[in-house]
Design a protein around this ligand. Structure first.
Ligand SMILES: Nc1ncnc2c1ncn2[C@@H]1O[C@H](COP(=O)(O)OP(=O)(O)OP(=O)(O)O)[C@@H](O)[C@H]1O
Ligand SMILES: Nc1ncnc2c1ncn2[C@@H]1O[C@H](COP(=O)(O)OP(=O)(O)OP(=O)(O)O)[C@@H](O)[C@H]1O
Ligand SMILES: [Mg+2]
Ligand SMILES: [Mg+2]
Lengths: 226, 226
């Protein structure tokens, strides 16, 4: 699924160079359940954005399902993002003027579902994350953990084959976090691929393979469960 | 310090009533170290915003240091917020066009510190949270956990007698979170008051008193440590 070779990303700030990714090699097969861990600022979100085609590296290659991502045009990239990948952003990235329901429906519009079908899928996803009674609230009318759950519902609603989740439970109490964990287990059992950035030990423990990042490099990469 | 009686806050959404705070009684003395826990959406941030004078209840009273908050004018409230209270917001609330350093200096400007003194205090606070090499980055040039730490530094820089921290470690790895924990311990030892909303068991375990909220009501309130 993912084949990344010697990927680098450097930000230049005046005379400073921030090496966000400093030579990353990564190979991910379909159906894997991977956790990415590491200190704050180590490059996890940057790597996730590359995998999700939201950003481009300065050097190195990225083959997604056998196709070189750097050869794709904007239209092809947008198509991949809306059809193949569900993304839970670390900062949620909800649209402030849309309700929870409209936010969750948004990716489904690009996939061509009927209005009736979209509404049904979005309501079901919001119900799954425990927000059935908050569907018409806008982001400013939701608690921090509720906004986070809307972001999760939006990523899951279209049942994407690849789920990229960046800290999906950072604002949730233990019980609600466990419900999200169970949801991810189920999605993985159905054959989907999950790549999860998390600081939560329990969530990380659920994954089958654990990748540890430090200073823009992968320092450990091992199978941890069968 | 804080004396809250039968506080209520209800949001009306069409025909729905969301009782965010449903009759809260709370008494907090100077120098206490309190954790507020409870499920996502239970009313923790709403209560914190009331304590920090950022919001006003529909009914009930709030005496802060013996003065009725509902009697205060905007100028007095602003003064309290900038001089007595340091606030770490759940959503960070950093100004996107200012650097980390400028964001941390902002509350110090209102307190009348000289330019030189402000810069010194802000640099020291950023250094304490491990961001000494990120001071000129804007929020979009920082990782999620780095933004969170800027929010913590901004609250601590002016050494406020009361610290209100809403989920200050949700985006941090365990080690960085422990450093924030140690910082809070130290601030408390110096005699300051800390009120902390957290889902983190370790952070909650550090507090001396634990308040549990559910559906807008306090269901437990007990001393847990000496
Ligand atoms: N402006 C609003 N309009 C309607 N409902 C609101 C509004 N603001 C908050 N709420 C509701 O009030 C309740 C309490 O919100 P609050 O932010 O205090 O929860 P919380 O305990 O901090 O949750 P979390 O742990 O997820 O941060 C939530 O159920 C939320 O949906
Ligand atoms: N636009 C930018 N300009 C300069 N530096 C940047 C920029 N974006 C990110 N960085 C830096 O790149 C590094 C990696 O950032 P990234 O967001 O990938 O970290 P992370 O591992 O996700 O951290 P966290 O756990 O705190 O979310 C950070 O040290 C950050 O300061
Ligand atoms: Mg990140
Ligand atoms: Mg909250």
């Amino acid at each position: 699924l993912v084949d990344i070779n010697n990927m680098k990303k450097t930000y230049v700030m005046g005379s400073n160079m921030v090496r966000a990714l400093d030579g990353v090699d990564l190979n991910i097969k379909h159906g894997e359940y991977i956790s990415i861990v590491g200190p704050s600022g180590s490059g996890k979100s940057t790597l996730m954005n590359m995998i999700g085609c939201l950003d481009a590296p300065d050097s190195g290659s990225y083959m997604l399902d056998g196709v070189d991502v750097s050869d794709m045009n904007d239209k092809e990239l947008a198509e991949i993002r809306s059809e193949k990948i569900g993304f839970v952003f670390q900062g949620f990235n909800l649209l402030p003027r849309l309700t929870a329901l409209e936010n969750v429906e948004l990716p489904l519009i690009y996939r061509g579902y009927s209005h009736k079908k979209r509404r049904e899928m979005a309501l079901e996803a919001l119900d799954r994350v425990g927000l059935g009674d908050r569907v018409h609230h806008k982001p400013t009318e939701l608690s921090g953990g509720q906004m986070q759950r809307v972001a999760v519902a939006r990523a899951l609603a279209g049942n994407p084959p690849v789920l990229l989740a960046d800290e999906p439970t950072g604002n949730l109490d233990t019980n609600t976090g466990k419900e999200i964990l169970a949801m991810l287990e189920k999605i993985h059992d159905q054959g989907n691929t999950i790549i999860l950035i998390t600081h939560d030990k329990e969530l990380a423990g659920q994954a089958k393979r654990r990748i540890e990042i430090r200073d823009g490099r992968i320092i450990h990469d091992e199978e941890v469960r069968k």
